[in-house]
Write a protein that binds this ligand. Sequence first.
Ligand code: UGA
Length: 441
Amino acid sequence: KGPSTVRVSVIGTGYLGAVHAVGMAELGHSVVGIDVDEDKVAALSDGRAPIYEPGLDELLKKHAETGLLRFSTDYAEAADAEVHFICVGTPQRADGLAADMTFVDLAVDALAPHLAGACLVVGKSTVPVGTAQRLANRLTKLAPASSDVELAWNPEFLREGFAVQDTLRPDRLVFGVTTSDAEVTLRELYADVITAGSPVVVTDLPTAELVKVSANAFLATKISFINAISEICEVASADVTKLADALGHDVRIGRKYLNAGLGFGGGCLPKDIRAFMARAGELGASHALTFLAEVDAINLRRRERVAEIARDMIGGQLVGRRVAVLGAAFKPDSDDVRDSPALNVAGRLHLQGAHVAVYDPKGMDNAKKIFPTLEYAPSAMDACRRADVILHLTEWTEFRELDPARVAAVVNDRNLIDARNCLDAEAWRAAGWTYRGLGRP
Ligand code: UGA
């Protein structure tokens, strides 16, 4: 154990936990990742991440060798850690909009009896505000009387596809604490990140919890804002991409997250805005967040609209027609298909009678589990073969590199919907395609 090495446990080794465990090891700490899923633990121990994330496998292997990182299904292995991070999932509940807190509660209950001496339990999961205080009370009740446990909240802002980079060089660190001891411990843990320039914002517990959901609510709102404007552009024959460029030059607005198209999906933004609304309701303040219902509705409307455009483009009838869908993951550089707009559109067209062939560089295995009835093609070209219309739904670099003339040679009809507004419209049109963007003439 080096002078600045902290013994850390990471509870939950899904997306967030696996990346965080690797990040902590990369910062020089001695880490044990705990998960109840034996297969996941076996894969991670073997240097294989449970998800596709650039750079993650390499770091898993690196720190299996440095000896700083190991995984176990046994909570007892976490007993000697000085800091315990709670990184389990908080999915949307099956019976409503609220977050399902089962995994967080189970993790805390399982960890508590193993806590020893002075230690800090740090929540990272995205939770309804008030959870941290509730967990602090629960830990006080369940931890051995001999231990001295404190709770802090340190929300995570990483994006899939950039997770390692976002963990090691985040835009900011948020430390929700109740004592200065907890702040000192967190500063020690993240010393290299802070030295490298990431600012630290120290808050109380509820503020830290709220920063996370507010950030995601803001991002979702920004995307739905531009998609709403895109609907107006469509009826006014204006171009939403040019409009967004012009808006983006205003530094108060900024160009990022202003890409109109098929809208947001994934395991975070959609469920987080819904859980936020549900929590506001529980706190008697639902009126404050009614606009998020509109943000959600605008977003879901995109999927319907793209399916509608596809149908219209091939003459209003989908039965027996062939549709090529490029993209299944909810965004590029990810194999995650949770609440994927691309798969949603593919499913809609399939249900309306079209033959849908899907290709995605990384998301196919996960997509097959959700939608086994679609055809999954081994390449983009194969998906496009004999298609009446091609839908570009997830903006992988690979799709931008397709040669319009080569694709033209294999399709039945040259119809292209670029639902991410990022293909070279001129090049496709020059090759004889009817190119259709969203919110553009
Ligand atoms: C999001 C946040 O960006 C992270 O900061 C946060 O930590 C994370 O959720 C989380 O809560 O764990 P992520 O879900 O990985 O990250 O994906 P984003 O890159 O934010 O994209 C979300 C969705 O918005 C994607 O479907 C993407 O295609 C869409 N999007 C994004 C747009 O439609 N337009 C844009 O301009 C940007």
